[in-house]
Design a protein around this ligand. Sequence first.
Ligand code: DGL
Length: 251
Amino acid sequence: MKVGVFDSGVGGLSVLKSLLEARLFESIVYYGDTARVPYGTKDKQTIIRFSLQALEFFTSHRVDMLVVACNTASAYALDSLSHEAPFPVIGVITPGVLATQNKLSSKDASILVIATKATIASNLYAAKLQENGFYNVKSLATGLFVPFVEEGIYDGKPMQALLEYYFKGFESPNALILGCTHFPLIAPALSAYFGKDTILIHSGEAIVEYIQNTYHLSTHHILHSLEFFASDDVDALKHTAKLWLGNLYMP
Ligand code: DGL
């Protein structure tokens, strides 16, 4: 099976990593819209337009399924993509909500959603969690973590200052939803800040679980091809892929 992985830029490599680890697909095509990243500061119509343009790319590459790794595109463009695509399109938000639900034993649990400005403005995570009975949900736009991760700043004084800037006054939640592709890279810093009792919800792990449960795919496929495409500087994307994917990277 050939899957397309779409992101606004390099961040979706964190979701790609989970897909590679799970060995769900024989062939993967990754496309990052690096010329127009970030999506998280753009408005709904722009995010939908850019996402539909990316769909043309995946249609011409004849994928069997499309994973929208980008939380922001998942929040705004999933309906339009699903409507237009001749193959199933899966976003990260429903899987993230289901994973949260599976990991929390009580509806009283406190949940903090962190994501880009646009994802938070969509209110989608909070609304879906509330539909499922979770009433203690807070949402916070923490978009500055995105350039930090892209600069390779995962810890140290600048990261500590940013954690305090965003979270000072917040009590440690029972679950923290990493509602942005870049945030798994700073999971250790977030865990150190909130403490080990806070459960972190990772979009990549959540979507793997969701695909397995929904499509009953086995997890032993041998990867035959992994291709990277970008709307700007594909070499820079491949460089980040080598760093983030380690020995899972295949040129
Ligand atoms: N990929 C985006 C997300 O997960 C983060 C970067 C951006 O703003 O485009 O929301």
